[in-house]
Write a protein that binds this ligand. Structure first.
Ligand code: F6R
Length: 250
């Protein structure tokens, strides 16, 4: 796993945009995440698109997850969110942006990803409880896209996007950890002190369903980019700095 330490959340976004723009230039299939962490990265990619530095015209995109029970055009559905935050501001064709559809179910989404040749790079955030996608603690490390029930912690964390916690759907359709692991490259971003414990566990803890993000340790190409606050509980911080300062030429 490559651990990239950056001073601020803005620097995390720039480093993530560097990697994603390289994939976009090759017309990659992008795995996109929602939530607040990737928003700065999307803004940076939109800025580069506006500056003529990158195009997404040949890309396809697959979302990680979707709420069950929200109308597709609800302001907080992930179908709407990704368009508002990113894809409607760049030149990726709207019909090339896919998300899990609760009406169609998990297998249809797995089939769509497979038919597209798989995801080349999957962008990920991490929940304060270590979830990725909406794979809550206890999720099978081999799971595929299926319905999950959100942990009360996640409902509380996501209440900020709604008028009240009561409005947060508790059921979701999410790519499984086995689905996520099939992507060619995993790129996890974490910013802020609230993520420090999850980052420590996913990077330095055991691979365990109790911290679903620890599944990244099983992937051949996983990059974790964190700001100082999110890195603050990493035990081997100095070693990660040392590695980055002494990158071998590839
Ligand atoms: C979003 C998703 C979630 C979020 C996670 C962190 O599509 O799958 O795993 O990445 O809940 O959310 P934020 O970035 O809002 O802290």
């Amino acid at each position: 796993m490559d651990i990239l330490l950056r001073p601020t959340a803005t620097d995390v976004a720039v480093a993530a945009a560097d990697i994603l723009a390289d994939f976009a230039r090759r017309g990659a299939t992008l795995g996109l995440a929602t939530g607040s962490t990737p928003v700065a990265t999307y803004r940076e990619l939109i800025r580069r698109y506006d500056a003529g530095e990158v195009s997404f015209a040949d890309c396809r995109a697959f979302l990680l997850d979707e709420y069950i029970g929200l109308p597709r055009d609800h302001e907080q559905s992930y179908h709407r969110t990704i368009r508002r935050e990113f894809t409607s501001h760049v030149d990726i064709p709207d019909e090339a942006v896919h998300g899990p559809d609760p009406e169609q179910g998990g297998q249809a989404y797995e089939d769509a990803i497979t038919a597209a040749g798989g995801v080349d790079i999957q962008l990920l955030g991490v929940g304060t409880n270590g979830h990725v996608g909406f794979n809550e603690p206890g999720s099978s490390l081999a799971s595929r896209t299926r319905m999950k029930t959100l942990h009360p912690q996640t409902v509380a964390d996501n209440a900020r996007f709604f008028d009240s916690a009561d409005e947060v759907p508790i059921h979701v359709l999410t790519q499984g950890l086995g689905t996520i692991r099939r992507a060619g490259h995993l790129l996890l971003l974490a910013t802020g002190a609230g993520k420090a414990d999850a980052v420590h566990k996913l990077v330095e803890g055991p691979v365990t369903a109790s911290c679903p993000a620890s599944v990244l340790q099983l992937h051949e190409y996983a990059t974790v980019i964190v700001d100082e606050a999110a890195a603050s509980r990493l035990h081997d911080l100095e070693y990660y700095r040392f590695i980055e300062a002494h990158q071998p030429r590839r």
